[in-house]
Each structure stands twice: as structure tokens, then as C-alpha cells.
Design a protein around this ligand. Sequence first.
Ligand code: PMV
Length: 306
Amino acid sequence: MKIKTSAPGKLMLFGEHAVIYGRPCLVTAVSSRIYVEAEKSSKGFSIDAPQVKDVRFVEETVKIFKEKYKIDNGLSIKTQSDFSSQYGFGSSSAVTVATIYALSQLYKKKLTKKEIFDLGYKVTLNVQGIGSGFDIAAATYGKTLYFIAGGKIIKPLKLKALPLVVGYSGIKADTPNMVQKIKAKMTNKKSKSSIKIQKIFEEIENIVETVKEELINNNWPRVGKLMNQNQKLLRQLGVSTEKLDKMCQISLKAGAWGAKLSGAGGGDCMIALVSYEKKEAVKEAIVRVGGEVIEVDNNTEGVKIE
Ligand code: PMV
């Protein structure tokens, strides 16, 4: 028997970095997915994952699953991806979640979404040692989520897709390194830098709580303003780059309601909130400053059987 599953990538909407320190964030699942095929095998264990950046996520998932359910057969796993791992769409978390779901179906273990999340988060921590798990939540639940680190709260919001344009900066971000850089500035809680960062995180939390309501009301001009405020705070935090700033600024000039980087910063993508009428102008503007426009939908389905 062969089982095929898929899980979506993600885009952080609001609250990156602050989420590591117990504050909430908003994340949306995207239409780019990773597919996993799993089959029992008499020939031991094999993984064929050509587009997966770090195959340890698949290996660790299988190890944890086998230990948990005391399984000892051989296994063959093949993965395939709609998107390049360089965009920072969360290919590692998508492949982790799709693998957990494929194994649960193959070995007839009924897992709730929260159980899938918990296993996936364990894999993230074992492989990467750091992270809030927001990407694992997006891959599992799909849609747009209000999320608190470790899955303390995972709340799907009743929303339609957001009118977003996504621009890739051309530089691959190193998320663990960016997270460590902030952590290093916060080791001494009473230091000036730590107090400043705490203040920034407090403001980011306020934005997340406010924007959650505005999103439900489809109040795009207000959501855009809050996006710009979040971007300003990320700049103060020191995680934006000249290129990301430029891509955000040019998007606003071309008529976007708001724009910000998405994720750890230091590279990867920015997102702009744009009306249908201004969409083409914003895309052209992003390309003009050297960005690459990525066509993806958001608010998409979580992990599923193919
Ligand atoms: O770089 P990304 O898209 O994986 O986003 C990282 C977001 C952080 O808040 C910086 C880290 C995390 O695990 O929440």
C-alpha cells in the first residue's frame, strides 16, 4: 500500500521574532505544497527527497514515529515539492508534517491535528533546537492562524484569503542565526538592548491583537497601516535589510495599503497588501528594484491525503 499526502508552506503575516518570546503571531498557509509518498518496504529504509533542503527533518520524523508506535519495518519515502526551499516558505515543516500524516495513515494510527503538531514540533526542536512551531502549525491546520509558541494557542481565524503580493529578495535567510542574534542581545534582561527589544515585542503584540480583528472585518487600509508599523518595529529590531526595505517602500509608492518583511528577516520574502486595481503596478515596482514576484495563494488547506 502506498500513501500520498501533502502539506502547505507558510507565510508569517505578523509577529515574527516576538512569537519566540511568548507573544502571539499570525501565520497563513500558502498554495505551494510538499508531497510525500510512503510505502512499507522489505528492503530497509530509503528516502528520496531531491528538493528537500535538510533531509534530517524526514529522518527524525521517521525515527520519532517508529519509537512512539514501536514500529520496526522497512520504509520507502519519496518527496516532491511545488516550491524551492530558498524562498523561506517552510519546506522543512511542510515535509515534516506531510511525513507524519503519511506514516499515521500507513500504520493506521489516528492522530488529531494537535497530536500531529506536537510530533512535528518535537522534530523541529530535535533538528533545529529553536523555533516557535508556527510553521508546523500552518502545515498541519492550514488557513490563517493566531498562534502562540509551542502550540499553546492555535486558533484558525474565519477569513478569506488576503490580497497579498509576495516578493522574494533574492537572498536566502538564515532563520536560526537571526533568532540567535536577537537572543544574544537579550541574555542580560536588564541591559539597554534587552529592555529596548522587550518594548518592541510588546508593541508587536499590540499590533497582532489589533490586526486580528481588522482582518476579520476585511479592513484592508487599516491592516496595511498595521503592517507598516510592524515593519518599522522589525527595522528597529535590526532584522530587515536594505533590499527588503526598498521592496516595501516601492510597493507603498505603487499604491499598496501596507508592506513588511515576512519571517526571520535578513533575506527571504516581503509581503504587500494590495487592492486588485494596484496589483500589477506593485508587482512591476518590486521587479524594478530587483525583487522576484512569487505567485502563491494564501489561507489554503492544511495537511491532507492526495
Ligand atoms: O524565517 P521564517 O519564515 O522561518 O520565520 C521565522 C519566524 C521567527 O519568529 C523568527 C522564528 C520562529 O520560529 O517563530
